[in-house]
Design a protein around this ligand. Structure first.
Ligand SMILES: Cc1ncc(COP(=O)(O)O)c(C=O)c1O
Length: 387
């Protein structure tokens, strides 16, 4: 079956009730037929039996199974949030004395873990510039264990050649982890290009309607086994309710991502050259500095675009205040179009220099393009720009 069909037809085994839609397994624990069965379940960690929903649950398993199929992964684990997925990876594969190399253009909370928490636990980090991947090899040391990237990055939409990075990681025996949140497996499958692990904030396009939080990590079986034990014992597990919602959402992922991308490309093209803007950035615009790489590894440009207002930081605030119906919120990947102004909100605590280093200019607006009619979205933006 093709991925579009697998996203819809992958389902856990039907119960005796012969339900059509997968039921929700809202249960904390599972029962046994005998004391011997119960003892056996606890004796062997690798036994395929449900014990307790912090360890495993059928609704969570269905969600993991679908993401594995869509990403081309051997196995996976699910977490309560995207940040739980990121931190579980760091804590599982890094120990005191180890070193991680990461792109500097990463989501704000990932930046906080790298710069504030890892050093506290004796783990070193080095940043490289997404636009200078040649820098990576110069940063590798004998204790480098993990290489971490987001592509496209949040919010700068920087793109890196996954094959290039994966070859460096293989040569130096480094675990290559990709945050694929902006693209989703409907647009980009980093494992095909050599990633060892792929993670998501499922809160975004995977949910697609801004309802629940969730995270997932998929990849090589031997790595997932270690992650599974970490999550099972430390507890950042995904709730069955959220997993059920997310698994249902995957049924529409492919059609949604196509429409998000179609709307985003249309709006990006229409806004390019607008007199109030310095530039418009979108992976599938020919003006994107990594347009060719984006075309090689992405099926479309995804649902996020950015533009820079000539009017700077004040202009950003004014733009948001001039919106009539478009949502002003910090989430993304929703059916409803969302505008955010990182410099005055999510990244306001950083200095201008720090913001510049991760591609956040004063007038940068991030648009998560929704599924409304593209001309309605465009009119709303143009009206706000004219004010
Ligand atoms: C690229 C990226 N990774 C990770 C996260 C964290 O996800 P969550 O909010 O589900 O913890 C986000 C959230 O915006 C994100 O954009």
């Amino acid at each position: 079956m093709r991925p579009e069909t697998l996203a819809i037809r992958t389902q856990i085994e039907r119960t005796a009730h012969k339900e059509h839609s997968t039921p929700l397994f809202l249960t904390s624990s599972f029962v046994y037929d005998s004391a011997e069965d119960m003892a056996a379940a606890f004796a062997d960690d690798s036994l395929d039996v449900n014990i307790y929903s912090r360890f495993s649950n059928p609704s969570v398993d269905e969600f993991i199974q679908k993401i594995c199929l869509l990403e081309g992964a051997e196995d996976g684990i699910a977490t309560a949030t995207g940040m739980a997925a990121v931190s579980a990876c760091f804590m599982t594969f890094l120990s005191a004395g180890d070193h991680i190399i990461s792109a500097s253009a990463v989501f704000g909370s990932t930046h906080t873990i790298l710069t504030k928490y890892l050093p506290k636990w004796g783990i070193e980090f080095s940043y490289f510039d997404m636009n200078n991947p040649e820098m990576i090899e110069t940063l590798i040391k004998s204790n480098t264990k993990v290489l971490y990237v987001e592509t496209p990055s949040n919010p700068g939409l920087d793109i890196i050649d996954l094959t290039y990075v994966s070859l460096i990681c293989k040569k130096h025996n480094i675990i290559f982890i990709v945050d694929n949140c902006f693209a989703t497996p409907a647009v980009q499958q980093p494992i095909l290009f050599g990633a060892d692990l792929v993670l998501h904030s499922a809160t975004k396009f995977i949910d697609g309607q801004g309802r629940v939080l969730g995270g997932v990590v998929v990849g090589k079986k031997e790595l997932i086994k270690q992650l599974y034990l970490f999550v099972r014992n430390t507890g950042p597990s995904l709730s069955p309710f959220n997993a059920w919602i997310l698994s249902k959402s995957l049924e529409t992922l492919f059609v949604r991502m196509e429409k998000h991308a179609e709307n985003a490309l249309y709006i990006a093209k229409q806004l390019e050259g607008h007199p109030s803007l310095n530039w418009v950035k979108y992976p599938f615009l020919a003006s994107h500095p990594r347009f060719e790489i984006a075309n090689q590894q992405m099926k479309n440009g995804g649902g996020i675009l950015t533009f820079e207002l000539k009017a700077g930081i004040e202009g950003g605030r004014k733009f948001l205040n001039s919106l009539q119906w478009l949502s002003m919120t910090n989430n993304l990947g929703d059916s409803r179009t969302i505008a955010s102004h990182p410099a005055s909100t999510t990244h306001s605590k950083l200095s201008e220099e720090e913001r510049k280093a991760v591609g956040i200019t004063p007038g940068l607006i991030r648009l998560s393009v929704g599924l409304e009619h593209p001309d309605d979205i465009l009119e709303e933006i143009k009206n706000a720009l004219s004010k």
